[in-house]
Ligand binder design. Structure first.
Ligand code: MN
Length: 466
């Protein structure tokens, strides 16, 4: 195995633990309080509201270790094994557990379910901090990594913004581990910002909350505005707020960029020895797990993420769109739009914040004949008309985890491009200019104002294709 890869991988995993341990001391403090108490916080001194020993880590590192261990138990990923590992971890009485994570584990213990229902308040960073073992194990299989990442995430967090943060940070982590430069990470951050301006990382958030958008902005700002691991981590944790999780995420990304040599020795010496050793073992084992997948799954084939693609069977336009996604490396699970037993709850999220008229297929017979006039329908009337006659639905409907879109306009294409930048590659530049906002579902969260630009008629359903 490539020595430099191992060096970056260990840098990332130890970096995660160092960021967690460093940040935990000042978690929930404001930047001002930190200044008054520590000056500039720079030592792995423990303490904080959890009264930690120096060099002790918290749930961010522990959940990653649980995930890594579950993954390594077999060459085939099983979210159930991860769930069982999380349940055992909770029973053992961890030093800290986030509320959303605790709720997810309890749900599994009570009813055995592996996925949380979609939730407005599930947009915390708790699932994102567990992504490193997934990425380490799927370096050459981004599709498999995407599927595994979303499955592990939905065990506790089921929200489009969480999914988006996970997929984008996961891709940046993958790039860094594969030895790509900081410039490449910057390009990816700019793409994310273009597609979803909320993720603007030009300004460093003050006392970042656990909201995934705050977290990602903080981490990217620090990584892109510093030149080494130490400065990056100091910048992040001294902002306070959810400092152990922002520290953990900045630690894994900066650790992947600067490698094991970039980690400050004075911090590594303090890291709890048991954790340090477990991480060293897992890192090598996860990379080997990924190498074994090479024989099991061909990249771009079975490893591609499975988009659910709801179409009208026989529709030539849908077939063309499918071919385009397939050529871009997506795996597609094709479903019959007309025979899916839709409900208000399952159909509504596909339309996000689009105005009602854009929910409809302008080429469907009843719209062309003016029998149905979308302009006069409210949301409820629109959905019930569609439940009665699915030909009215603007197709295709595409879904990956909590991420859902309808239609195949340039912004929709750009959105899926962002999720899978490596595979969609060159077509990105052409569409990114037209894409200012994502067609995601309304989140109801403060600041999560994902709107939607007017529909572009670049790829309407064909004339013979009602
Ligand atoms: Mn924590």
């Amino acid at each position: 195995m490539d020595d430099r890869l191992q060096d970056r991988a260990l840098g990332a995993y130890w970096g995660l633990a160092l960021g967690d341990a460093l940040g935990a001391t000042v978690e929930f403090m404001t930047a001002e309080e930190i200044r008054d108490t520590h000056g500039r916080h720079r030592h792995l001194c423990g303490g904080g509201w959890l009264h930690l020993a120096p060099g002790q880590v918290t749930d961010d590192t522990e959940m990653s270790l649980v995930l890594g261990q579950a993954l390594l138990m077999d060459d085939v990923w099983s979210v159930r094994r991860f769930a069982e590992g999380m349940a055992a971890w909770l029973r053992a009485g961890p030093v800290d557990v986030g509320n959303t994570c605790r709720r997810g584990i309890r749900r599994f213990i009570v009813d055995g379910s592996l996925s949380a229902p979609p939730g407005t308040w599930d947009a915390g960073n708790g699932a994102c901090v567990r992504m490193l073992p997934v990425v380490l194990a799927t370096l050459e299989h981004p599709g498999l990594g995407c599927t595994m990442g979303l499955e592990q995430a939905h065990f506790t967090h089921n929200h489009p913004m969480s999914d988006l943060g996970i997929l984008c940070l996961g891709e940046m982590l993958r790039s860094a581990l594969r030895g790509e430069s900081l410039a490449s990470i910057r390009t990816q951050a700019e793409r994310l910002q273009t597609a979803c301006p909320e993720f603007d990382c030009t300004v460093l958030p003050v006392s970042p909350t656990p909201y995934i958008v705050d977290t990602v902005r903080t981490v990217l700002h620090a990584v892109l505005n510093t030149g080494n691991f130490y400065d990056c981590l100091l910048l992040v944790v001294n902002q306070g707020g959810d400092a152990d999780s922002t520290g953990a995420l900045a630690g894994m990304l900066a650790g992947a960029i600067y490698g094991r040599e970039g980690l400050p020795e004075q911090w590594l010496r303090r890291l709890v020895p048991g954790v340090k050793e477990r991480i060293r073992e897992q890192t090598g084992a996860l990379l080997r797990w990924g190498e074994r997948q090479r024989g099991l799954a061909a990249p771009g084939d079975s490893s591609a993420p499975g988009l659910l693609f709801y179409e009208k069977p026989g529709c030539r336009t849908n077939a063309g769109q499918r071919a385009r996604l397939h050529a871009a490396g997506f795996g597609l699970d094709v479903q019959n739009l007309l025979q899916t037993p839709w409900t208000v709850e399952t159909l509504r999220p596909f339309f996000g914040k689009r105005p009602v008229p854009e929910w409809f297929n302008p080429n469907s017979p009843r719209i062309k004949s003016r029998e149905v006039d979308p302009a006069v329908l409210d949301e409820k009337m629109a959905i019930s008309a569609m439940l009665e006659d699915p030909l009215l639905i603007r197709r295709p409907l595409i879904s990956l985890g909590a991420l859902k879109t309808s239609g195949f306009t340039p912004d929709v294409v750009a959105f899926w491009t962002l999720v899978q930048p490596k595979r969609y590659g060159r077509s990105l530049g052409a569409v990114s200019d037209t894409c200012q906002q994502l067609p995601l579902q309304s989140t109801g969260l403060p600041g999560a104002g994902l709107g939607f630009t007017a529909a572009d008629a670049a790829s309407p359903a064909g004339p013979n294709c009602p």
